[in-house]
Write a protein that binds this ligand. Structure first.
Ligand code: BEZ
Length: 211
């Protein structure tokens, strides 16, 4: 059955570019991002892994462990990483799962046979520190992902996990947020002492509460 938001991210043990990994042990108490690549030595994936590596410090700041996956073997991953480091001017600094038997890809429904029978699509799973799936995105093989956007989503997920707020369209860290509809307007001042604006009774904004 397809995975849905709120499900526990299925655990697995698999080989990777840095040896065997147990997913839940690897995550520990951290958040996680698991993202799949159609295959090694492909141009878009090469740029994506370069972009993701350059942002590792930003994922670390948010306590998010990175884990990539491709359906080739660990030796292939290690040789490909040398190419990625050379061509993208970076150092790949997180493991890539070697999913040759497609066990993990199938567990996470990363192969969409009507798109391609043997390659994974570009799936992204963001997993909370409670091991539950907070976000699922699927891109086709032909479109590289925007890892800065994924950091923006993580900022929203982590903020809204702790405060009764939601983030509006195109929100970025530091901008005003929306007060959750469940909060009565008369209760806002005690919960959000930085103040609020009532644009409509159902649309109330407040400065980002954790800054
Ligand atoms: C790529 O990563 O460049 C790619 C992989 C499969 C199909 C198209 C592009």
């Amino acid at each position: 059955m397809a995975l849905r938001l709120g499900d526990v991210a299925p655990d697995f043990t698999a080989d990777s570019s840095v040896g065997e990994i147990n997913f839940h042990e690897y995550l520990g108490d951290s958040w996680g991002i698991l993202f799949s690549h159609p295959a090694d030595y492909t141009p878009v994936c090469t740029t994506e892994l370069g972009a993701a590596s350059k942002l590792k410090e930003e994922f670390d700041k948010r306590n998010v462990k990175m884990l990539a996956l491709s359906v080739d073997g660990a030796d292939s991953h290690r040789s490909w990483i040398e190419d990625i480091n050379e061509t993208q001017n970076t150092t790949v600094n997180f493991p890539i799962i070697a999913d040759e038997d497609k066990k993990v890809s199938e567990l996470y429904d990363m192969i969409h046979p009507n798109s391609n029978e043997s390659f994974t699509v570009r799936s992204v799973f963001i997993i909370g520190n409670d091991k539950k799936i907070k976000l699922i995105i699927t891109y086709p093989a032909s479109t590289g992902r925007n890892f800065v956007e994924l950091l923006r989503v993580i900022d929203s997920l982590q903020l809204t996990a702790n405060y009764s707020v939601a983030t509006p369209a195109d929100w970025k860290r530091g901008e005003d947020v929306v007060v959750a509809p469940a909060i009565k307007t008369e209760d806002i001042p005690s919960k959000f002492p930085k103040g609020f604006k009532e644009i409509k009774p159902y649309l109330r904004t407040t400065p980002q509460p954790d800054l």
